[in-house]
Write a protein that binds this ligand. Structure first.
Ligand SMILES: *Cc1c(COP(=O)(O)O)cnc(C)c1O
Length: 423
């Protein structure tokens, strides 16, 4: 019996239940992934015992000689992966990475421009309910009403009028390619810093499936746990001219001791992402989401912007009628969840419902691609999603499609183990 099972069966059993949930279901949350056993091992290691405030060679604690080497490996590998001049791997999450960048270059009350949360942006991009929206003055841009894609001419016009100190690009729910060069040109024209937040697409960039922001915008922030397939965490990349400001802002500006076990996990993740296998993985993520998008369209469902260039699909549910109203994102998330398909409700452009209800659904392929699934499986899943949504539209009490799909999902999942050695 494991130590944990023996000492704390409550927690042990809940971890085991969650493991089975992950094994038996299909994780289609666009921001989630499945890390390797090597990453798990690093994150679960004794490195968690140590304080290492500061940076390699300049710590505020003794005994950091191995932590220095670990952090240097993580920083160097991240620089190599993206061709960056400088990397900071201490940000504990994507939100903290973003806050550190704002804190480095903006004063309280300065203006930033960023994509509206309701139209694909992120809370940490100045949402009114987030600390970033309270500390900075924010002007949001959205997507074009017709194309539901970014209109760079419109954004440039807004930037000229608003004269922000910083322009933030990057999104959480945007299925199309982002033109970082266009954003940098707009920022240069109005004398603003340009920050790209590639949290969602970092793995696609690393794998050559999306144009990079590194070396284009002034700063790039990311998470390490989405398409990059590493442990939960954040990272920042920039040119050497901004290195000191960024490092100071993360520590001592925002954080205390770094999570060295997680930094070790990040180093492992970056090593994995440098391999040819990872390039194939990134390519397959996009092929998979496009294969699923095609099926959903053929089933008569509406996709925001009409399709996808990346790892995610945004379903617009407003034409899925259920006596007088339409199926909400919240309902769709729950019905698909009962069928073993985990997705999340999401606002869509021109959203009329609250962020807790929404009219959309975000579907992503990174995690199922990590399990080895390819286009054939994606088409199957696309048909299952359509079957469940259509059946519950006819009758919200119906369990017919849900029950059928649940069985098929479990059969499919059993052929694609999460960790082959853990059954
Ligand atoms: C996920 C995400 C983040 C934040 O990540 P956390 O690690 O959850 O703080 C920041 N920006 C974007 C665009 C994201 O999608």
């Amino acid at each position: 019996m494991s130590d944990l099972a023996n000492y704390d069966p409550d927690i042990y059993n809940l971890i085991e239940k969650e493991r089975l949930r992950q094994v038996n279901g299909l994780e289609l949350i666009a921001s989630e992934n499945v890390v390797s056993k090597s990453v798990l091992e690093a994150v679960g290691s004794i490195l968690t015992n140590k304080y290492a405030e500061g940076y390699p060679g300049k710590r505020y604690y003794g005994g950091c000689e191995f932590h220095d080497q670990i952090e240097d490996l993580a920083r160097n590998r991240l620089c190599e992966l993206f061709g960056a001049e400088h990397a900071n791997v201490q940000a504990v999450s994507g939100s903290q990475a973003n806050q550190a960048v704002y804190f480095a270059f903006m004063q309280n009350g300065d203006k930033m421009m960023s994509q509206d949360l309701a139209q694909g942006g992120h809370l940490s991009h100045g949402s009114p309910v987030n600390i970033t929206g309270k500390w900075y003055s924010v002007s949001h841009y959205g997507v074009d009403k017709e194309t539901e894609t970014l209109d760079y001419a419109q954004i440039a016009e807004q930037a000229r009028k608003e004269k922000p100190k910083m322009i933030v690009c990057g999104a959480s729910a945007y299925p199309r390619t982002i033109d970082f060069k266009a954003f940098k040109e707009i920022a240069d024209e109005v004398g603003a810093y340009c920050m790209a937040d590639v949290a969602h697409i970092a793995g696609l960039i690393a794998g050559g499936q999306h144009p990079t922001s590194v070396g284009v915008t002034d700063i790039t922030t990311t998470t390490t746990h989405k398409t990059l397939r590493g442990p939960r965490g954040g990272a920042i990349m920039c040119g050497s001219e901004n290195a000191v400001a960024i490092d100071k802002s993360v520590f001592p500006g925002m954080q205390g001791g770094p999570l060295m076990h997680v930094i070790a996990g990040k180093a492992v993740c970056f090593r994995e992402a440098l391999t040819p296998d990872f390039k194939e993985y990134a390519k397959q993520i996009v092929k998979n989401s496009q294969a699923m998008a095609e099926v959903l369209i053929s089933e008569g469902l509406d996709l925001v912007s009409g399709g996808t260039d990346n790892h995610l699909i945004l379903l617009d549910l407003t034409n899925l009628a259920t006596n007088g109203s339409h199926l909400t994102g919240l309902e769709a998330e729950n019905f698909l969840g009962e069928a073993g398909i985990t997705v999340n409700k999401n606002t869509i452009p021109r959203e009329k419902l609250s962020p807790f209800v929404t009219s959309g659904l975000r579907i992503g392929t990174p995690a199922v691609t990590s399990r080895g699934m390819k286009e054939e499986e994606m088409k199957q899943i696309g048909h299952w999603i359509a079957a469940v949504l259509k059946d519950v539209c006819k009758d919200k009490g119906s369990k017919k499609a849900i029950t059928e799909v649940r069985a098929e999902v479990e059969a499919l999942a059993s052929g694609f183990t999460l960790y082959p050695e853990v059954r």
